[in-house]
Write a protein that binds this ligand. Structure first.
Ligand code: G3P
Ligand code: MG
Length: 312
């Protein structure tokens, strides 16, 4: 085991009673303002993080986003490569086929990462499964297939990988994609639909830029940890986080000033803060020093332990 599996959030872990109260509120609309004299908003967030600590480094796009000849993104080979490199957490993108099957895939269209053509949303599952999703990364990966979400969940469980499922809906399919994800997760981990059982949560977080998708997850899987993705911190970030019962914000590192990060940390001490996608060790060090909890990276060519700041 390496330092990648360590929790960044221990000081911000919620007490059990906070967890129960927070989960009762999750998905029930914006939280009411604190009464006068109460602790500052953000000190107690709508969701506890203690049962599912983030790894400090998370392999982006299933461990294979293409940095220096690594495995193809969002494939089982990518997940295995991340694990072999020492990563204990991965992020993958999920979208639906034409017939509503959840697959790992990032782009709306197939051309960049497969030998297929056209939109994923216009292609049935049986056709997606015949595509080559590996040859574009080199002959060693020829024949790699687009994985169904179910296969990726099996693979992560078998490897013991912490998982960030990013719901990446194709246009207009936000709720449908979230429903498919929720159905698969509920079948595998019924505890996610039972808010009172936070202690038994699997090690996963569901994220999305789509608030529609996150709201659907909150409604169907109230105990599922959720993260709001944002390229820029929206002015109403706190209302969004509260309304969606999010445990975390995942922000674009390219637009994240360290001063803004410090202010965000002070405003919401219980919120997990993660940033994507950081591939330069010096930038990683700066963000860790500024207080980021976790980073998404393509650098599975480097051992995570070499990229983490020394333990205090
Ligand atoms: O979830 C973090 C990151 O993956 C968001 O960007 O476009 O790589 O899915 P993208
Ligand atoms: Mg992603």
């Amino acid at each position: 085991m390496n330092g990648d599996a360590s929790s960044p959030g221990a000081p911000r872990a919620a007490a059990p009673q906070q967890a129960a109260a927070g989960q009762a509120a999750a998905g029930n609309g914006p939280r009411q303002p604190d009464p006068p004299g109460a602790s500052a908003r953000g000190a107690t967030l709508a969701f506890p993080t203690s049962p599912f600590p983030y790894p400090r480094l998370i392999a982006h796009r299933g461990g294979g986003a293409g940095h220096r000849g690594t495995a193809p993104e969002n494939t089982l080979a990518g997940l295995a490569a991340a694990h072999a490199a020492g990563y204990r957490g991965v992020e993958v993108d999920v979208m639906l086929s034409a017939d509503g099957v959840a697959f790992l895939h990032h782009d709306d269209t197939l051309e960049r990462t497969t030998d297929g053509r056209g939109p994923v949303a216009g292609t049935p599952a049986a056709q997606l499964e015949r595509l080559d999703a590996g040859a574009w990364r080199g002959p060693a990966f020829a024949g790699e297939r687009l994985p169904r979400l179910t296969a990726a969940l099996d693979h992560c469980q078998a490897l013991g990988l912490w998982l960030n499922l990013e719901i990446k809906p194709t246009p207009g399919r936000d709720a449908a994609t979230a429903q498919a994800v929720a159905d698969h997760l509920a079948a595998r981990w019924p505890v996610l639909a039972a808010p009172e059982a936070a202690h038994a949560l699997p090690p996963l977080v569901i994220s999305s830029f789509s608030t529609v998708a996150l709201a659907e997850i909150a409604r169907r899987l109230p105990a599922a940890p959720r993260a709001l993705l944002a390229e820029r911190l929206p002015p109403d970030w706190r209302d969004r986080v509260d309304a969606l019962g999010c445990a975390a914000l995942h922000l674009d590192a390219a637009r994240l000033e360290t001063g803004a990060l410090a202010a965000l940390r002070a405003a919401a001490p219980g919120l997990v803060l993660a940033a994507y996608t950081v591939n330069e060790p010096t930038a990683m060090a700066a963000l860790f020093a500024a207080g980021i909890d976790a980073l998404f990276t393509d650098r599975i060519d480097l051992a995570p332990a070499a990229l983490l700041p020394p333990a205090p």
